[in-house]
Design a binder for this molecule. Structure first.
Ligand SMILES: Nc1ncnc2c1ncn2[C@@H]1O[C@H](COP(=O)(O)OP(=O)(O)OP(=O)(O)O)[C@@H](O)[C@H]1O
Length: 684
């Protein structure tokens, strides 16, 4: 393998933005096109998205894509049907007993699919909706293992985690952060996924090449968008998704419906890009719904699936001839893809079907006839038209499927890149700005309602206690709801990126918590600065900072609780319900509304961080003789010694601080465990 030296790159990079390209012949016989960017141009780019990564003057050795020969034989997949989990206990028992005798509790999704593909080829998985294309793609990408029968080998060895960084998987729905621009998306991915040996400039170079190759230069500064955020077009988003995957030069590229939603020109252009990638030695498998005839002929091979059965596997160009030889002849001029899909769905109105295909008892659904014909009468259809064994991977490649260890950047580097991305993504969130306005607005409103001089009567003190509890409620609920949706919202991004081994889960968790914590610290600080002085709390520096610290502690503990609820259920709807229920419970047992909790339920208040937060706020304001500065000292004493508002024993130390700190840590620890369990068991 040849390497390009730094000098060579610098000599060649003279003008904007691309000044040359160079063809390198790899030892495997596949060419690699390297394009060079102007130094000045790249310097500008790097300052726009400034990620500081230590400069490494050594040459980047992006190991060339390892050619992958993929073979799959008799792949079967089934899932348990709901019947097995019926809510009716009688039905459940009956179905359990029945399942011991027969295997009818399973839905068979793939029924013995066989095929192979070599580097440089594009295999298209075709078939009607629900036929099993995505399922097969997931199995081939190593994303689905349970209940899978048959063999899938990569260079003649089974799937192993070392392949993670050699497989690119473009999902049907583009899973990209909506707030980031196209360029930012690729740059952050480059800094997380490309080998640590590559220096910063080389990573930017790679992004430039991808942007150019995929025609994304025009929209490089446009946000990805999605949902309520306006962003790039569907085709551009799809190309950005592909760019995200081909950035790391994967050997095997799997794409699920890459052309869906694209006009025929964009779809054609995308296929040309895929053809270019295949020519570079990549093995490409794509599912496709209804390709135009132009696109159809771009595929080397097609695998037609109907109801999980392999109906045709072979060269795309031979398919019409093959079916004609069996007696299936289109009566009108038809796009071959349309013809194959009609056959697979049983819509044979414009196709002449040989008479002897109909079984003796004529069934109502013609599609069943076709399938039955294809599957049972003409067994030849199940046999490969081509040699299913595929070309054998050369011996040296079998050993080469090893982990790209030097590709993994350190925990600290991952943290630096990911925290920047998380911050950028979240600080642009409209709802975060809304929360800031909400905090300041509520603070002003409360300040006006509780407007007081620095001295207060006993009655006013009681009002102040009410305000303190309100502050507890406000920051508990605001922080819980600010955190509870984070993991359910980001679940799909997290699953996708973890499957691609982009970073460690611990890095994600720390970045997410710390980035959000900025808001959980800033907003209560603004809030308290306004309310504290308007509501006439004790005017001492010590008291102010202690009250502020208590509020922050409440917010941070609540954030941990929110993360825990979100990670435990991982569903937006359920997370909200769980959070409101628990919040309600904590609120009632927080020591303000109910002072005489029945003995058997008293333990509940010790679980409520609102109880500890409220007591802490009261202690800071009302404990110790020297802290009284109210008009009615007698009133304060009465308040302190009365059992109302749970203020008994306010003179004790600030042990609640430790309880809240411990809760904040335990909640986060549990949240991390839940998150890792949920994410590891999740499939995209
Ligand atoms: N975990 C599952 N549980 C139950 N059914 C499933 C499961 N996974 C897939 N299926 C079913 O298997 C069938 C094939 O699904 P798959 O997503 O592979 O189809 P597809 O050919 O990719 O369809 P489309 O083109 O619409 O994306 C569908 O009927 C689907 O409902």
């Amino acid at each position: 393998m040849e390497h390009v030296t730094q000098d060579e790159i610098e000599d060649l990079s003279l003008s904007l933005p691309t000044v040359g390209s160079m063809q390198i012949a790899g030892s495997n016989g596949f060419g690699h096109n390297i394009e060079f960017m102007s130094q000045a141009y790249l310097r500008n780019r790097s300052s726009e998205i400034d990620i500081e990564v230590e400069h490494d003057t050594s040459i980047a050795h992006i190991d060339q894509p390892l050619p992958i020969f993929l073979k799959f034989a008799n792949v079967e997949y089934k899932v348990k049907t709901n019947q097995a989990f019926s809510n009716n206990p009688v039905k459940a028992v009956v179905s359990k007993v029945a399942s011991q005798f027969e295997n009818d509790n399973y839905k068979h999704i793939l029924k013995g699919i066989t095929g192979s593909i070599s580097p440089g080829e594009i295999l298209a998985l075709m078939g009607p909706s629900g036929s099993g294309k995505t399922t097969l793609l997931k199995i081939l990408g190593g994303r689905l293992h349970e209940n899978v029968k048959g063999t899938v080998t990569y260079n003649d060895i089974p799937y192993n985690p070392a392949l993670k960084r050699r497989v690119g998987f473009v999902t049907q729905d583009d899973v990209l952060f909506p707030q980031l621009t196209v360029e930012e998306t690729l740059v952050f991915a480059a800094f997380l996924r490309l080998p640590c040996k590559m220096n910063r400039r080389q990573k930017y170079e790679r992004v430039e090449v991808i942007l150019k190759e995929l025609g994304l230069e025009r929209c490089r500064h446009t946000r990805i968008g999605g949902g309520l955020v306006k962003g790039v077009s569907g085709g551009e988003r799809k190309r950005a998704s592909i760019g995200h995957e081909i950035l790391v030069d994967p050997s095997l590229l799997l794409l699920d419906e890459p052309t869906s939603g694209l006009d025929s020109t964009s779809a054609n252009r995308l296929l040309q890009v895929l053809q270019g990638l295949a020519k570079m030695g990549k093995t490409i498998i794509t599912t496709i719904h209804q390709p135009s005839s132009r696109i159809f002929h771009m595929f080397e091979k097609i695998l037609l699936i109907a109801e999980g059965y392999p109906v045709y596997y072979g060269k795309a160009g031979d398919s019409m001839e093959y079916f004609s030889s069996l007696g299936f002849i289109p009566e009108i001029a038809m796009n071959p893809a349309e013809f194959l899909l009609d056959l697979a769905t049983g819509q044979v109105n414009d196709i002449s079907v040989p008479d002897d295909l109909y079984p003796p008892q004529v069934t109502t659904e013609r599609e069943k006839i076709v399938i039955r014909y294809l599957q049972h009468k003409y067994k030849v259809m199940l046999e490969p038209k081509e040699n299913h064994q595929g070309s054998k991977a050369p011996e040296h490649l079998q050993m080469a499927v090893k982990v790209r260890k030097d590709w993994t950047i350190s925990w600290w580097e991952q943290f630096r890149v990911l925290s920047k991305r998380t911050y950028r993504e979240r600080c642009r969130d409209y709802f975060d700005k809304l929360r800031l306005v909400q905090s300041v607005g509520v603070a002003l409103l409360l300040g006006l309602l509780w407007w007081k001089s620095s001295t207060a009567t006993e009655a006013q003190l009681r009002d102040q206690i009410g305000l303190m509890f309100y502050i507890c409620i406000f920051w508990t609920s605001s922080s819980i709801f600010g955190a509870v949706y984070v993991f359910p919202f980001e679940k799909m991004y997290l699953v996708k990126e973890r499957k691609a081994d982009m970073y460690r889960l611990s890095v994600y968790y720390v970045c997410s918590t710390l980035c959000d914590m900025i808001a959980h610290i800033l907003y209560p600080t603004f809030f308290m600065c306004i309310v504290y002085f308007m509501a006439g709390f004790k005017r001492t520096v010590q008291c102010f900072f202690l009250t502020l610290a208590t509020t922050l502690l409440i917010a941070i503990t609540s954030q941990g609780a929110g993360e825990l609820f979100g990670a435990a259920v991982m569903s937006i709807r359920r997370a909200g319900m769980v959070a409101s229920l628990i919040l309600m419970l904590f609120l009632l047992t927080g020591g303000y509304y109910v002072q005489h909790i029945p003995k058997f339920m008293r333990w509940l208040k010790y679980l409520s961080f609102m109880y500890y937060g409220f007591r802490l706020l009261l202690k800071v304001q009302y404990s110790g003789d020297d802290l009284y500065n109210c008009e009615s000292k007698e009133g304060c004493r009465t308040l302190q010694s009365s059992p109302s508002f749970d203020t008994v024993g306010l003179n004790g130390g600030l042990k609640e601080v430790w309880v809240l700190l411990a809760m904040a840590i335990v909640y986060r620890f549990l949240a991390y465990i839940c998150l890792s369990r949920k994410i590891n068991s999740c499939n995209l």
